[in-house]
Design a protein around this ligand. Structure first.
Ligand SMILES: Cc1cc2nc3c(=O)[nH]c(=O)nc-3n(C[C@H](O)[C@H](O)[C@H](O)COP(=O)(O)O)c2cc1C
Length: 155
C-alpha cells in the first residue's frame, strides 16, 4: 500500500504516486473543444493520482467518432486543453493525451467542420448513431459526393 502512494518516475517524468487515471470518454467537449467543465473534472481527479491519461482525443476532424469527444487539431482545442493541463499540473499530477482516431461512422450532426465523410471501400456501417440517425444514412452517398467535389476542386 505504501508503495502505491510513494513517488515514482515514468521516463523523465516524476510522479507524485503510482496511481494512473485511465482514459474515459466523458462526452463533455461541446463542439469537440475542451472546456472549463473538463478542466474542473480533470483537476479534481489529478489531486489523487500521479498520471492522468485523457479521454480519447481525435487528432483529425476525420477521427471524431462520437458526439462531444474532444479533438486536438484546431487552435481552439489546443487552448481548451491548456485549461485542462493547467488544472492537472496545479494538483501536482502529469497528463498524457490519448489520441483516438475513430472510423467514419457518424451522422452529419456529429461531423465537425472540415471532415471528409469518405469511408473504407467495401465496408458497410450498420446500426444507429446516438442522435438516432442511421450510420448508413449518414455515410451512404456522402463518399461519392465528397470525392466528386474534391476532384472538381483539384481539376
Ligand atoms: C464510460 C467509459 C468511457 C471510456 N472511454 C475510454 C476511452 O476514451 N479510451 C480508452 O482507452 N478506454 C476507455 N474506457 C475504458 C477504461 O479506460 C478502462 O480501461 C475500463 O473501463 C476498465 O475496465 P473495466 O470497465 O472492465 O473495469 C472507457 C470506459 C468507460 C466505462
Amino acid at each position: 500500500m505504501s508503495k502505491l502512494f510513494s513517488t515514482t518516475t515514468v521516463g523523465p517524468l516524476a510522479l507524485q504516486n503510482h496511481l494512473v487515471m485511465s482514459p474515459m470518454t466523458r462526452g463533455r467537449a461541446i463542439g469537440n473543444i475542451p472546456n472549463e467543465l473538463m478542466a474542473h473534472y480533470y483537476g479534481q481527479r489529478a489531486a489523487s493520482v500521479g498520471l492522468v491519461i485523457t479521454e480519447g482525443t481525435s487528432p483529425s476532424p476525420n477521427g471524431v467518432g462520437y458526439a462531444r469527444i474532444p479533438g486536438i487539431f484546431s487552435p481552439e482545442q489546443v487552448e481548451g486543453w491548456k485549461l485542462v493541463t493547467k488544472a492537472v499540473h496545479a494538483q501536482g499530477a502529469k497528463i498524457f493525451v490519448q489520441l483516438m482516431h475513430l472510423r467514419p461512422h457518424r451522422s452529419p450532426a456529429q461531423s465537425p467542420e472540415g471532415r471528409s465523410r469518405t469511408r473504407p471501400r467495401g465496408g458497410r456501417s450498420r446500426g444507429r448513431n446516438v442522435d438516432g440517425c442511421g450510420a448508413d444514412e449518414a455515410t451512404a452517398g456522402a463518399a461519392s459526393h465528397e470525392h466528386s467535389r474534391s476532384r472538381a476542386h483539384q481539376g
